[in-house]
Design a protein around this ligand. Structure first.
Ligand code: PMV
Length: 326
């Protein structure tokens, strides 16, 4: 059967950086994110006896042998669970650059998990889907539920899952994703996380995270962007501090990354409520409320050296669509 899923990427306000189980991808800490409507993946999966191996293709790009092997592994897990023996053809399309810290693996594995299970004819609960997506790429579990999503770290596969805390309509937050470099990052998140314990600041980070999550939940409950933004920036800088103090040191930023952060701070000094966060890449997510859209975008567009801006609203989670890619 052939099925197609549409999955949003997500931006983490509390970041996932480090695993306590590399195979199951159990994270060292819980994380919190919102789904992005402008950066998404569409994936069609077809399981059929006519295929004699799995094939995985990206429209307008290529997967490395390593990336392809990771998708095939995910298909094997799905075959095992659904008692299907057929191989699959997978065709996928992103609206944004892969491997540049814009969470293509999140939307990619979320779309793959939902399309593939449906294509085997097996209906899993949302919780189970998030668990399977997590095993493909940790952050992918957060792209399946609606809106604002918490990934509970758990201590085993069954209780490390993501669920929605608020629907996408709850709060008109925006994310202007400023692409400053769309080329593929040199160190993948999987590889980067492997040396996390070499940072002397990791234990401090892990101690602080539960209180940050409390603050985030409180800020969301009260729709208080100033409170939310302070925690978003704190946690972003903290994660990059851990990355930069790992051995070997991992620096994902470039000069334009810093220019965008400075512009965000300048806007705040003019009473525009906007905050930055950066994932494992140089690109900067600027979080603000819909009412400030024109002021924020006008200022960001003027920054020297940026490639493009993908503007996002909060959106629903992964869902099936009728238009197949093949
Ligand atoms: O899911 P991965 O392996 O691509 O890791 C994502 C890690 C960060 O983007 C840096 C943080 C996060 O929580 O999304």
């Amino acid at each position: 059967m052939k099925k197609t899923a549409h999955a949003p990427s997500n931006i983490a306000f509390i970041k996932y950086w480090g695993k306590k189980d590399n195979v199951l991808r159990l994270p060292l800490n819980s994380s919190f994110s919102m789904n992005l409507d402008g950066a998404y993946t569409i994936t069609t999966v077809d399981f059929s006896p006519q295929y004699n191996r799995d094939t995985v293709q990206l429209i307008g790009g290529n997967f490395s042998a390593q990336e392809e092997a990771r998708v095939v592994k995910a298909l094997e897990r799905i075959r095992l669970k659904s008692h299907t023996n057929n191989y699959a053809r997978v065709l996928t399309q992103n609206t944004f650059p892969k491997g540049a810290g814009a969470a293509a693996s999140a939307s990619g594995f979320a779309a793959l998990t939902v399309a593939a299970f449906e294509a085997t004819g097996m209906s899993l609960s949302e919780k189970e889907l998030t668990i399977f997506a997590r095993m493909g790429s940790g952050s992918a579990c957060r792209s399946i539920p609606d809106g604002f999503v918490l990934w509970e770290e758990g201590n085993m596969s069954e209780n490390s899952y993501a669920h929605s805390l608020y629907p996408s309509t709850y709060w008109d937050l925006r994310d202007a994703l400023v692409i400053v470099d769309s080329s593929m990052k040199k160190v993948s998140t999987t590889e980067g996380m492997e040396s996390i314990t070499t940072s002397p600041f990791l234990s401090q980070r892990l101690k602080i995270i539960p209180s940050r999550i409390e603050r985030i939940l409180n800020a969301c409950k009260n729709k208080n962007l100033t409170m939310l933004g302070e925690v978003i920036e704190e946690d972003c800088l903290d994660m990059h501090h851990v990355m930069q103090t790992q051995i070997p040191a991992l620096n994902y930023w470039n000069n334009t990354t810093v220019l965008v952060m400075e512009e965000v701070k300048r806007l705040r000094s003019l009473n525009v409520d906007v905050y930055f966060t950066v994932d494992a890449g140089p690109n900067v997510h600027c979080i603000y409320e819909g009412k400030d859209e024109s002021k924020v975008l006008e200022a960001l567009q003027k920054i020297q050296g940026i490639e493009t801006i993908i503007n996002n609203k909060v959106t629903t989670g992964t869902h099936l669509i009728d238009q197949h890619l093949f």
